[in-house]
Ligand binder design. Structure first.
Ligand SMILES: Cc1ncc(COP(=O)(O)O)c(C=O)c1O
Length: 364
């Protein structure tokens, strides 16, 4: 059996440190937004080279609260990708804004500066680029457009913790960068968690208030907010894992490099652009024989997952926005061909070779 991810193995390797960290929180009786949360905010803002970080209850909340803090609401249009996890779009709709989809690039599977430009109207207020699978979007160009057109940029970095373009971390380009600490993420907690990073002190103050029912002074509420506070137990776990994030991301990259050497020519492999550091939250191949490959891997006890089978503009919940099949052809074709393979840091070369041999046998 080769699973998609082996979180048990990861836990066993760091077990003593994890248990000590959690025990300390239990003894401290500071369970929500305690000292571990503060330390995590400090460490993550420094790591990403930004001034502030605000710990929240999930990555979805990081997106919603970012849009709220930027004043995005009813009637505003927000441009994003159709090829993402639903939460990206959910955040736009939750704020009362309208999601507008720009088709993706055939190589990176991310939205492109040109695609964004074509979708800008006088109602556009913001862009949410998603660094899908840990591959950075073209942020320098996207930021140029945002500046020219006076638009906000909220980066969805749920899958890109540690990724870089020209040595600048994803999340540090936009008005905010939004992270998810869902357990399967490159930096994952033992439950839900999220964070927003920003260089803007006003946005940071608003987020701090919004995560705590719109309150800065106890029992005085300046605005209607949310309950979106991070547990200190999760922050303690994340601090232990954070120490190893660069090593873990490097191992993912090395695995991707090895897979590429085995699989290129047989299927479309992820690209490794030179000026970017990809962190391979997923290693995603593309092939017309996708379903056959998936089935054969399964028969051999190997897990694989289709991220994502249905683009956002074709989701039943979003049918009211007037999109039709055929509107975003690259995203639609990609959804039919993608398959994500196990890529976690503990995966061995022998396991990757076994996976690659099966895939090659399917496409011969
Ligand atoms: C691209 C993307 N955006 C947003 C989210 C939402 O994060 P969370 O599950 O922490 O709410 C996720 C993760 O699940 C994601 O992959």
């Amino acid at each position: 059996m080769i699973p998609m991810l082996d979180l048990k193995k990861e836990f066993i390797e760091m077990q003593d440190e994890m248990i000590n960290a959690v025990t300390d929180v239990l003894k401290s009786a500071r369970y929500i937004l305690g000292p571990n949360c503060t330390e995590l905010e400090e460490k993550i803002s420094a790591y990403n080279g930004v001034k502030h970080a605000v710990a929240l209850a999930s990555g979805t909340d990081a997106l919603i609260l970012s849009l709220k803090a930027l004043g995005i609401g009813t009637g505003d249009e927000v441009i994003t990708t159709p090829f993402t996890f639903f939460a990206t779009v959910e955040s736009i709709v939750t704020c009362g804004a309208v999601p507008v989809f720009a088709d993706i690039d055939n190589v990176t599977m991310n939205i492109t500066p040109e695609g964004i430009l074509n979708k800008i109207t006088n109602k556009t207020k913001a862009i949410i680029p998603v660094h899908i699978f840990g591959t950075p979007c073209n942020m320098p160009e996207i930021m140029k457009i945002a500046k020219q057109k006076n638009l906000y940029v909220v980066e969805d970095c749920a899958q890109s913790f540690g990724a870089e373009i020209d040595s600048i971390k994803t999340g540090a380009f936009g008005d905010t960068g939004c992270f998810s600490f869902y357990p399967s993420k490159n930096l994952g907690a033992f439950g839900d968690g999220g964070m927003v990073i920003t260089n803007n002190s006003k946005i940071k103050d608003d987020l701090v208030s919004l995560r705590n029912h719109g309150s800065k002074i106890t029992y005085v509420h300046d605005k209607v907010g949310f309950n979106s506070r991070l547990d200190d137990i999760q922050a303690a776990i994340l601090l232990v894992k954070f120490k190893k994030i660069d090593i873990m991301n490097k191992l993912r990259y090395e695995n991707a490099f090895y897979y590429n050497s085995l699989l290129s020519g047989a299927v479309v492999c992820p690209s490794l652009p030179e000026n970017t550091k990809c962190v391979f939250h997923q290693y995603t191949i593309r092939s017309k024989n996708r379903d056959k490959i998936k089935e054969t891997l399964e028969k051999n006890g190997i897990a694989s997952v289709v991220y994502y089978p249905l683009p956002m503009h074709m989701q039943p919940a979003l049918s009211g926005y007037g999109y039709n099949k055929g509107d975003l052809p690259i995203a639609e074709k990609t959804a039919l061909e993608v398959l994500s393979l196990p890529i976690y840091p503990g995966l061995t070369k022998a396991e990757m070779k076994q996976i690659a041999d099966i895939i090659i046998s399917c496409v011969k």
